[in-house]
Design a binder for this molecule. Structure first.
Ligand SMILES: [Zn+2]
Length: 212
């Protein structure tokens, strides 16, 4: 028989690999919020982890490193860091880079939150989830601009459709230029319900419009 410790180690490694593979396919875990941080209605929680935020302040006397021990949360729209000394929220669309390092990730942001985050667990997991969430948040914006009134697909519906299709085109499995498509067009009585919405890449969507 294998030692229990070894079995637990292998199981946790398999779980990590599964999370990484899913994140690479655009699928993120949806967690129950047991933290003390309030989320918005409909906001989906993807990750919670104890972490240390380290930021460098440029003072006249030279650079000074400040660090805060707290918890970070990744949702479908925000990165949140919460600690006794410092709490802030970063819109995922303001994150311009997530660079993995040995213990965690360095976030580059056009707003708040720039700095180094050290995670308690496997830093690859938090980094993969954050990167995928940032990619998805940006995809959502593209979609908003192209939407026409009356065909509005609610944000939670879009998130569930994205999860269901793994961030890929329903026809050709491409992950580029994705659009939310009404399977039965609204003009022909189709609804905005998730059962009537699929992910299509622009190319397949154009082919479909020609057919209808
Ligand atoms: Zn396609």
């Amino acid at each position: 028989m294998l030692p229990a410790e070894f079995v637990a180690y292998v199981q946790s490694e398999i779980l990590v690999l599964r999370i990484l593979a899913n994140a690479a396919n655009g699928i993120l875990p949806s967690l129950k919020n047991n933290s003390t941080v309030e989320l918005r209605a409909g906001e989906i929680l993807h990750h919670v982890e104890e972490s240390i935020f380290r930021t460098t302040k440029m003072l006249k006397s030279g650079p000074r490193v400040e660090s805060f021990q707290g918890v970070c949360l990744v949702t479908d729209s925000r990165f949140i860091f919460c600690s006794a000394g410092k709490t802030f929220t970063v819109n995922l669309r303001n994150i311009i880079g997530c660079l993995p390092n040995t213990f965690g990730v360095e976030i580059r942001s056009s707003a708040k939150g720039a700095g180094e985050y050290l995670f308690r667990g496997n830093p690859a997991v938090a980094t993969a989830i954050l990167r995928t969430a940032v990619g998805r948040a940006n995809q959502t914006i593209v979609q908003k601009i192209t939407e026409l009134p009356g065909r509005h697909i609610a944000r939670d519906v879009r998130q569930r459709v994205w999860q269901a299709y793994g961030g890929r085109c329903a026809d050709c499995k491409s992950d580029q230029y994705l659009e939310y498509d009404h399977i039965i067009p609204v003009a022909k009585g189709g609804s905005n319900d998730e059962r009537n919405v699929q992910l299509l890449c622009r190319k397949c969507n154009l082919v479909k419009s020609d057919r209808i």
